[in-house]
Design a protein around this ligand. Structure first.
Ligand code: PLP
Length: 393
């Protein structure tokens, strides 16, 4: 049985070209970029090249890229760094209810340190209303952090509109673009953002690598303390192989973007259409077209996403659920809570996230297996309901 991986929003396989580029920096070119000898300078050149590759893919200058230990760290640095650099007495942050936990939990932490946070709601398609942002702005607001595209349902946020308003008020704009970078065109100037987070392992690069774009003159304090690396913005000896891998991954993603976008869209629509055709009581989540091309979030009424994902796994198909069973109760993800789909539907949410390695034949196999799984689980659920033993399964 061929394994079919449809969980690219959780992580992607490392591109062989990326792996090849990294290997040399584990083996021969192991120098510390801070060293003045040739070993060090070789490593430094590699880090500089990678910085250029990352900057190029988002329309930034190389000097505006700070390498981090992943997307989570980039988000933490953006929020805490601007919060701790704030000296004019402003303490208000605006974010959304559907952010990644790397943003949400950093906001929660900052609330314990005297900052005030507004968590904006989203509509049924997961869209933040720019007018809500406008209304939430106060004299005290110094930062808006709204994700570029959501990792569970794929909705792309109206970021440039939001950033435009923020600009007029002198408010810093951060966006978590971990899911969108490398999947759709991302340009920091078109979006009008001051800070942007990205992560290597979501775009066929290595895990534990990422970057924060910091627009020139954006006040940001370090969150780690030590040496002078990354111009004092992120201390610690550079993860040279990881940085090289991230750079290569960005170069490849930028090169292949238009073709891959079309391909993902074709495969995603192929899956979506077959599911809608073959299965009753299904709902597709997210915005109908302002949505990442590789994400398909679908909800199947009356059963749980957990159970569907387990059955798919038995067939060699990897996807992820939007609701988890904990101690006999179903807990929806914060994103599904925020879009306010009825619980009976939301609990049956499965996210299929596609990637470069997927083929039409794989999609067709999923579309063939899925109806049988759904039917089986629904009959079971009915049986259990009739016996009054319905638990969380
Ligand atoms: C994966 C992800 C992160 C976290 O990035 P890591 O590199 O895994 O720490 C942050 N935000 C979004 C939207 C993500 O999908």
């Amino acid at each position: 049985m061929e394994a079919i991986y449809l969980d690219h929003s959780a992580t992607t396989p490392t591109d062989p070209e990326v792996l090849g580029a990294m290997m040399r920096y584990f083996a021969n070119h192991f120098g510390n970029p801070s060293s003045i000898h040739r070993f060090g300078q070789e490593a430094k050149r590699a880090v500089d090249e990678a910085r250029g590759q990352v900057a190029a893919m988002i329309g930034a200058d190389a000097a505006e890229i700070v390498f981090t230990g992943g997307g989570t760290e980039a988000d933490n640095m953006a929020l805490m760094g601007t919060a701790f650099a704030e000296t004019s007495g402003k303490n208000h942050i605006i974010t959304s209810a559907i952010e990644h936990h790397a943003v949400l939990n950093t906001c929660k932490y900052l609330e314990t340190k005297g900052f005030a946070v507004t968590y904006l709601p989203v509509d049924g398609e997961g869209v933040v209303n720019p007018e809500d942002v406008q209304r939430a702005l106060t004299e005290k607001t110094f930062l808006i952090s709204i994700m570029h595209a959501n990792n569970e349902i794929g909705t792309i946020e109206p970021l440039s509109e939001i950033a435009f308003m923020a600009r007029e008020r002198g408010v810093i704009v951060h966006t978590d673009a971990v899911q969108s970078v490398g999947k759709i065109p991302v340009n920091v100037n078109e979006l009008g953002v001051d800070l942007l987070s990205l992560a290597g392992h979501k775009l066929y690069g290595p895990k534990g690598t990422g970057a924060l774009y910091v627009r020139r003159n954006t006040p940001i304090a370090p969150i780690l303390f030590g040496g002078h690396q990354e111009s004092g913005r992120r201390t610690g000896t550079e993860n040279v192989p990881g940085i090289v891998g991230l750079g290569k991954a960005c170069e490849i993603a930028a090169r292949d973007l238009p073709g891959q976008m079309d391909r993902m869209l074709g495969l995603r629509n192929r899956l979506e259409m077959q599911i809608m055709e073959k299965i009753a009581d299904v709902r597709v989540n997210g915005h109908p077209f302002r949505r990442l091309p590789h994400i398909l979030s679908v909800s199947f009424r009356s059963i749980t996403g957990d159970a569907i994902v387990r059955e798919l796994d038995k067939q060699g198909i990897a996807a992820s659920a939007g609701a988890a069973c904990t101690a006999e109760t179903i807990r929806l993800s914060h994103v599904l809570e925020a879009v306010q789909i009825p619980k009976d539907i939301a609990m049956g949410t499965v996210r299929f996230s596609l990637g470069k390695g997927n083929t039409e034949a794989q999609i067709d196999r999923v579309a063939q297996v899925l109806p049988e799984i759904i039917n089986k689980l629904r009959s079971l659920a009915e049986l259990e309901a009739s016996m009054g033993t319905r638990g969380c399964r």
